[in-house]
Design a protein around this ligand. Sequence first.
Ligand code: NAP
Length: 321
Amino acid sequence: MGHGDDGAGDGGSMAHVQLHTGGRMPVIGLGMWPGYSQEEKRQTGATVKAAVAAGYRHFDSASVYGNEKDIGLALQEIFLSGAVTRGDLWITSKLWNPDHDRVQEACDQTLQDLQLDYLDLYLIHWPVRVKEHYQQEDGTRKTEIVPLQLDETWKKMEQLVRTGRVRAIGVSNFSSKKIDHLLANATIVPAVNQVECHPVWQQKALHDYCTSKAIHLSGYSPLGNWGPKVLGHPIVREIADKLSKSPAQVALRWGIQMGHSVLPKSSNPDRLKENLDIFGWSIPDEDFQKLSGIQQERLIKGTMWVNDTSPYKRVEDLWDE
Ligand SMILES: NC(=O)c1ccc[n+]([C@@H]2O[C@H](COP(=O)([O-])OP(=O)(O)OC[C@H]3O[C@@H](n4cnc5c(N)ncnc54)[C@H](OP(=O)(O)O)[C@@H]3O)[C@@H](O)[C@H]2O)c1
């Protein structure tokens, strides 16, 4: 996809990317992580309804976000109202770390919570496998990060496609080295690698690797993960002023012009609309070059999966850097 290309081509308000499975995924998906705020979590249903009314057709969910039941209730109301049908929507969810040994059960729980009979995309959330131990003495649960058994986990993910529970499978937070390992014994190539991606962490090498394997790169935290590093960046702001767009629109448009999909989170009705308004214009080449030159910094480091007893002793081990 060229730098000035929407990837649209369907004449609709929402452009799509075509995955190697043939599935057509809307390029903007609404991020469903409510952060650590209980208030945001309570807002989930209202946010889903406002988003569908605004034109969102893609939702990026995960069991660990803790709000799949609320999303499911909202979707039922939306379907009953006739506003959209299940076939109009793209729903992604993710396998959480303690569930690598019970993939089918975890997927079934998500389907039950979302009140759906299939998912469009199911991802391994992190290349992290966790065992939970029940402590008989004090009744608490202790977690232990154990080595990945990628071949076994992926075989169970492939089985979800064969049984019709999910239409496509993929990974998230995977390096090219981990994908190479997975591909060595895979029957189904991952359709997507969902990773942190925005002008401050552009993932150029991973982008090229994924493209060479027909894997679509989907960008999470495209606005900088609730912090100022992306939306407050002087180059992003300068280009936004010049183009009379907001910094968020420039950050999202950058992702689309790179050929990625973008997964911004908002629960604010005005910002939901603003974040969809990134078609019909483009970042000119000279400004795109300026964005390319931004000093790079990974914002989501995954330090929670790194410790002395984890297979990942250093952050670099997690990302294979
Ligand atoms: N696979 C993974 O491991 C992983 C990790 C992280 C995230 N994700 C996915 O990616 C999604 C998005 O990432 P994220 O939640 O880290 O954050 P993000 O989308 O980068 O940023 C969200 C923040 O930006 C604000 N915002 C939204 N639109 C704005 C606008 N137009 N102008 C100014 N501020 C705006 C939001 O506030 P308001 O709500 O008030 O607008 C919120 O504070 C998640 O929800 C999740 O679905 C996946």
